[in-house]
Ligand binder design. Structure first.
Ligand SMILES: NC(=O)c1ccc[n+]([C@@H]2O[C@H](COP(=O)([O-])OP(=O)(O)OC[C@H]3O[C@@H](n4cnc5c(N)ncnc54)[C@H](O)[C@@H]3O)[C@@H](O)[C@H]2O)c1
Length: 369
């Protein structure tokens, strides 16, 4: 398989995302290029990645003064206390700005170690090797890092760009179906909001991703998906409305996850799958999209056994709690709930203009699920 490369040109820095099979084997040659002065490396590893991959990296990095930190990735890891612990360990080892932190894990490890890299001596080199599909198409793209606070998720963080992102599609083989679905939901979202052509491809080929975990198809889908996310997060940071498109389905999804106290009973991607159908039903209700669009999406869900049934997760008496979480979303305006709606597959309605009252959502909630 030929390696694909996306060159990202941000004002702050330029970096590449490379995508391929066994691409982690390129790590040492890439470091020489993008961090030529690095002497010490801290490799932060997700303990659930099969050890053969970690061994490949350790072997590749043997010429460096290498410190391997193996961590258990759960949301509790993303705390200020743990940031302080790792930072102090690296300070005690005399890590300098020219040295390097490599994240090798899913979004939890990436957010956590990226944040440490961004504050250590005001920013040391960072390389991200995302190991879950969600991290490969979402968390490792766009430069957001961060940890949680007792006031909420991801409230302490920074924008910090890596020197390179290395996506190895062979890491996906060991992911469970639920973890795969979590990443797939974001891939599907990227297609729905931006590309009918990519959506049609997914409609035809999703079994190659979800069942066969075929490397060539994974590479294609990850590459497309990263490019779409980069389109929405790139350019002017102040262009908030453009970035907001990525929130399609997420107003519902975040409220569902909050109502569920972020327990693993509902994963983020599962909530996004539910949220995208609800947002499409709302789009139809307010006459922004057609029934044909909704049926098209529902058919794809049916074909690939994707669950969007809120009733499977919550009793009716929890619906008001979901709405109440939606009404406290930080993206709201004038006490109305803000939604990203869909015009047709591949095109959202201009975000920022669709705000509905709690009363309206309460009245129509049952028609949205
Ligand atoms: N920075 C961003 O822009 C951004 C965007 C989306 C999500 N996030 C964050 O990402 C996190 C979720 O990321 P995630 O879904 O990757 O979860 P995760 O990091 O918890 O990983 C999910 C599970 O998969 C396991 N795993 C990782 N790689 C594996 C592999 N190759 N084989 C087998 N198992 C493997 C992990 O150990 C974990 O149990 C959340 O904290 C979320 O806030 C950040």
């Amino acid at each position: 398989m030929k390696i694909k490369e996306i060159k990202v040109n941000e004002k702050e820095s330029k970096y590449s995302i490379i995508i391929g099979d066994k691409s982690i084997q390129l790590i040492s040659s890439k470091i020489k290029k993008v961090c030529p002065d690095t002497k010490k490396i801290c490799l932060v590893v997700d303990r659930n990645i099969p050890s053969k991959f970690r061994n490949i990296l350790v072997k590749q990095l043997k010429k460096y003064d290498l410190h391997v930190v193996v961590l258990n990735p759960n949301e509790k890891l993303k705390s200020f206390q743990n940031v302080s612990k790792l930072s102090e360990k690296l300070l005690s080892l005399n890590f300098n700005r020219s040295d390097l932190i490599i994240s090798f894990g899913g979004g939890v490890i990436g957010d956590f170690s990226g944040f440490v890299a961004s504050i250590l001596k005001r920013g040391i080199n960072f390389i991200n090797i995302p190991s879950t599909l969600l991290a490969q198409v979402d968390a490792a793209v766009g430069g957001k890092t961060g940890v949680n606070s007792k006031f909420g998720k991801n409230l302490l963080g920074s924008f910090y760009l890596p020197k390179i992102v290395i996506i190895d599609v062979s890491l996906i083989k060991s992911l469970s179906r639920r973890e795969l679905i979590t990443g797939y939901a974001e891939i599907l979202k990227h297609a729905i909001i931006f590309s009918k052509k990519f959506y049609n491809w997914l409609e035809k080929n999703s079994n190659k991703l979800l069942i066969e975990k075929n490397n060539n198809y994974l590479q294609y889908a990850i590459h497309k998906s990263c490019k779409i996310k980069l389109f929405f997060v790139g350019g002017d940071f102040k262009e908030k409305n453009k970035r907001m498109n990525l929130n399609f389905g997420h107003t519902f999804a975040h409220a569902i996850e909050s109502t569920n106290n972020y327990s693993s009973r509902i994963k983020h991607g599962e909530a996004v799958l539910i949220g995208m159908v609800m947002a499409t039903k709302l789009s139809k209700m307010v006459k922004i999209t057609s029934d044909k669009t909704l049926q098209n999406i529902l058919n794809l869900y049916k074909k690939y056994n994707l669950n969007y049934d809120l009733k499977k997760y919550f009793k009716k008496n929890k619906y008001n709690k979901i709405i109440s979480f939606m009404s406290s979303d930080k993206k709201n305006k004038d006490q109305k709930i803000n939604f990203v709606l869909l015009k047709r597959i591949g095109k959202t309605a201009k975000p920022g203009n669709f705000n509905y009252s709690v009363k309206f959502i309460k009245k129509n909630f049952l028609s949205l699920i």
